[in-house]
Design a binder for this molecule. Sequence first.
Ligand code: NAI
Length: 392
Amino acid sequence: MLNGEKKIKRPYRWAMVGGGRTGNVGYKHRLGALRDNTAFELVAGAFDIDYERCKDFGKNLGVSEDRLYPDYKTMFEEEAKRPDGIEVVSIATPNFTHFEITKAALEAGLHVICEKPLFFKVEQGEEIKALAEKMNKIVGVTYGFSGSQLLLQMRQMVKNGDLGDIHMVELQYTHGFACDEIGDKESEGQKWRVDPEKSGPSFVLGDLSTHTFYMSELVCPELKLKELLCDRQSFVKSRAPLEDNAYVMMRYENGAVGRMWASAVNAGCMDGHRIRIVGSKASVEFSDNQPNELLYQVQGEPIRKMIRSMPYLYEECNADERLGALHAEGLPESWANIYLKFAVAMDAKDRGDEETLKNLVYPDINAGIEGIRWVTKCVESADKGGVWVDFE
Ligand code: NAI
């Protein structure tokens, strides 16, 4: 159980690029990182593309004025001159900026926590992985929904054979917030998402399904994706070639199969993020909007609902428990769990503690690269007319 006690010697001096006042995701980073007050300390920021907004916002967050910067380059330069300069940066800016900011941050000797989809090309991911290794730094990826400890329960159930042999992986991340094109023209956060220059080769595949694909890798680490077939559509025509809906079929090396539905035009859907693993004996299902329970269905037995924090759950799950039974948890705890693991990973890296790093389950650079590979292969399959393509 987590109770806020420190896990590392002292908090890391932390900054953000992006995630400003109008940003969608910035607050989630701060609530994850600052949850326990023992892992991160927010000391600087280039929070906004608009410097005046950055200064006003940063002041209101309590960051001192002389550490609010017009852009990330100035921030990395100026902070490097200080004895108490930043040690880690989170990047919560539109997709097309991730690669250059991550590279500059590593070159400046910082650990990096970056938003998904990490970059546009697998080669960029490999380049950054090599650079991070050279600089002895961590690159974490904020698959923010994946910190729910019930996903670790699922992982243990799969590992322990509770479901039997794994046969099917059912994944869905859908909503209906982009059913029309009003937001494409008016919303700061939506405009860049439908611009291939800024969003990358996909819209919903990168924006939504990378989260759920990582969840499937987290829960079923032994399943190796062999090939996939993707069909993608732009129901709002002006978005083409970027898709607002996609179906992907998967085949794994061991004969298991899977399916992903990613959509921003699933009209009216408010509960469309889920992962269901079907085995030869039983199935288990997690739905993001019911984060306190797992559905466990054994063939021929009454359906069970496993409730968070209960002693019948595996220790690997309850180790990440924060609030205890009877009290609801959700996305804030998921983000806090992930950020805590980023801090533990950075600390282990700084101390040369490879054993801790090897055993730590969190979205690292490899998870980021697999996310890029996933999007690249889905797009390749769809653009060839919906054909099977090898995953590797
Ligand atoms: P947004 O457009 O709502 O916000 C972007 C923020 O970054 C704004 O504050 C903007 O002023 C700032 N910004 C843009 N360019 C900048 C630059 N060069 N330097 C400094 N600041 C800059 O975008 P949103 O929705 O917050 O997405 C940001 C990233 O987070 C994207 O990569 C997106 O895919 C990801 N995301 C991840 C989520 C998750 O659950 N992990 C949820 C939502 C978004």
